[in-house]
Design a protein around this ligand. Sequence first.
Ligand SMILES: *Cc1c(COP(=O)(O)O)cnc(C)c1O
Length: 224
Amino acid sequence: MFHGQLLHKQMHEQQALTQRWQTIASELDASDVQLLAVSKYAPDEAVEILIEAGQVHFGESRAQNLRDRALRWPDCHWHMIGPLQKNKAKYIGRFAAMWHSCDDIDTARAVASHVKGRLLPVLIQVNIADNPEQRGIHPDLLTSFAAELSQVEGLQLAGLMGMAPKGGDLRGSFRSLRNLRDQVFNGSFGILCMGMSNDYRIAVQEGSTMVRLGSTLFGAGRSV
Ligand SMILES: *Cc1c(COP(=O)(O)O)cnc(C)c1O
């Protein structure tokens, strides 16, 4: 491609990304739902475009990438949404604005030992798919896990996170996560983080307070 054509294509992609963000952000804003831009597959240029558009909260699924981006863009809030190995706990304790994927008490203690001078908000990942292959605390064990977690100094239990089963009963599983949130948090005070690109509208109807959007925001081509 000639240089001029390439430039034109890049400008077009930037505008398309900004436009998608504006549409989704205002849709969610109207429902009072927070948008977490899942940037795990997005290149730095795309992150830059969204920051310029006004996005502040980003989700990463790898601890080192989160650290790198938190150092590069310290004014944004970097959320950890992926499975965490204990030996990477320091990156999350030091750099994450929120940890969404907590489902193990030993890892939680390891993360907490690296939190200095603040409380790190933590969501418990709940296995609402009732599929042992998915991550997360089983609903039956949630109350005791929450009690244990709230004893860990440096962490602040802030809500629940869950992923709907692929091809299963989306609405039913979102509804059960909401009920669990209401039970554990005595009403609607806790964060209810549910909904991804393919199911976020249903999640919002079922009371989600934060959705995690990757491919529908950054473009499907970028998220493979
Ligand atoms: C990748 C990822 C997302 C975003 O998925 P999309 O379908 O691209 O919106 C959301 N949540 C978690 C935990 C993820 O790992």
